[in-house]
Ligand binder design. Structure first.
Ligand code: PEP
Ligand code: MG
Length: 322
C-alpha cells in the first residue's frame, strides 16, 4: 500500500470518473512545508499563524512574520498557500496580551474579534502578509467570521494597509484571493450572501461542529455530541458548498473531517473542491478518491442528508465498496 501511495505523490487527485479535486495540507510553521511536498500536497490549505505568536514574550514583529510567510510561499513554489490570520483565544492563549479570563473562552474575545479591536496587532500581520505576497501564490483567510460586517471591516483594513504599502513603493501582489473560514453556524446559514463578497470559503469543522451541536470540543463528557456525521452538519456543509458554487467560488475544508476516510466519500459527493488535512493523510486520501466515482458519491451524499442519526450515516458509508 505504501508503494502505491508513493506513486501517487506527483499526480493530481482525480476521482474514478475523472473529476479533479485538490488535496492540501494544514501547517503550523515554515518547517512543516517539507512534509507537505514529500507527501504530494497540492497546496497549503491552512497555515495556522498562531504558532508565530506563541512561545515568546512579546508580539512577533512585522519582519519576523514577513520572513515566515515569505519562506512558506517560496518553498511552495507557486502552489496556493492559504494563510489564516491570527486565531488566538479560545483554547489558545497569549500570556503577554494580558486578556481578562472569560467564562466561555470559545464564545468570547478571540480570532477576528480580537483583531478588529486590537488593530495594531492585525495591521502588522496584514502588512507582513502583503509584503510577502509577491513571493508566491498567497491567499488570505479570516477566522471566526460571524457576520458580514466583520468580514467587511477586516477587508477594509487589508485594503488600507495595501494602499499604504503601494504608496510607499512596496510591491504587493494583485491576485491575492481573500476568503473566510466557515466555522460559525450563522455564517454557514448566510453563505449565499457571503459568497457574493468573498473569493473562497474554507469550512472549519472542528469549530463548526462544536458550535452547531453546542458541545465543547475539549470536553470529554459531551464528546458523544461531537458528531461530524450528524445530518445537521452535513446539511450545513451542503448549504455552504452550493451557495459558493452558485457564485462561482471554490470551497475547501480544513477541519479534521476533511482527512477522514469515512467523510471523504460524502464530501466528494457534496462537491467539496479542496480538502486540507495533515500532510500524512494526503496520499491515502488521493488513493481513496481515485477509486471513488463522484457521480456515485453524489447519490450517496443525497441519501446521507436524509438520514436521521450520525450512526445511520456512518453505516451508509461503510456499506459502499471501497
Ligand atoms: C476548525 O475550526 O475546523 C479549524 C480548522 O480551526 P482550528 O482547529 O484551528 O480552530
Ligand atoms: Mg477553528
Amino acid at each position: 500500500q505504501i508503494e502505491e501511495w508513493k506513486k501517487l505523490r506527483d499526480l493530481p487527485t482525480v476521482s474514478r470518473d475523472g473529476v479533479h479535486v485538490e488535496l492540501a495540507a494544514n501547517i503550523g510553521t515554515p518547517n512543516d512545508v517539507a512534509g507537505v511536498l514529500e507527501n504530494g500536497g497540492e497546496g497549503v490549505g491552512l497555515y495556522r499563524t498562531e504558532f508565530l505568536y506563541m512561545g515568546r514574550t512579546e508580539l512577533p514583529s512585522e519582519d519576523v512574520q514577513f520572513q515566515a510567510y515569505k519562506t512558506v510561499l517560496e518553498k511552495m513554489e507557486g502552489k496556493p498557500v492559504v494563510v489564516r490570520t491570527l486565531d488566538i483565544g479560545g483554547d489558545k492563549e497569549l500570556p503577554y496580551l494580558d486578556l481578562p479570563k472569560e467564562m466561555n473562552p470559545f464564545l468570547g474575545f478571540r480570532a477576528v474579534r480580537l483583531c478588529l479591536d486590537r488593530q495594531d496587532i492585525f495591521r502588522t500581520q496584514l502588512r507582513a502578509l502583503l509584503r510577502a505576497s509577491v513571493y508566491g501564490n498567497l491567499r488570505i483567510m479570516f477566522p471566526m467570521i460571524a457576520t458580514l460586517d466583520e468580514f467587511r471591516q477586516a477587508k477594509a483594513l487589508l485594503e488600507e494597509e495595501k494602499a499604504k504599502l503601494v504608496g510607499e513603493g512596496t510591491a504587493v501582489s494583485d491576485s491575492i484571493q481573500l476568503g473566510i473560514m466557515v466555522e460559525i453556524p450563522s455564517t454557514a446559514v448566510l453563505a449565499d450572501q457571503f459568497a457574493q463578497e468573498v473569493d473562497f470559503f474554507s469550512i472549519g469543522t472542528n469549530d463548526l461542529i462544536q458550535y452547531t451541536m453546542a458541545a465543547d470540543r475539549m470536553n470529554e463528557r459531551v464528546s458523544y455530541l461531537y458528531q461530524p456525521y450528524n445530518p445537521a452538519i452535513l446539511r450545513l456543509v451542503k448549504m455552504v458548498i452550493d451557495a459558493a458554487h452558485k457564485e462561482g467560488r471554490w470551497v475547501g475544508m480544513c477541519g479534521e473531517m476533511a482527512g477522514d476516510a469515512t467523510a471523504i466519500p460524502l464530501l466528494l459527493g457534496l462537491g467539496l473542491d479542496e480538502f486540507s488535512m495533515s500532510a500524512t493523510s494526503i496520499l491515502p486520501a488521493r488513493s481513496q478518491i481515485s477509486k471513488l466515482s463522484k457521480a456515485e458519491m453524489e447519490k450517496l451524499a443525497a441519501e446521507a442528508l436524509q438520514k436521521r442519526t450520525a450512526q445511520e450515516v456512518v453505516e451508509l458509508v461503510q456499506a459502499i465498496k471501497q
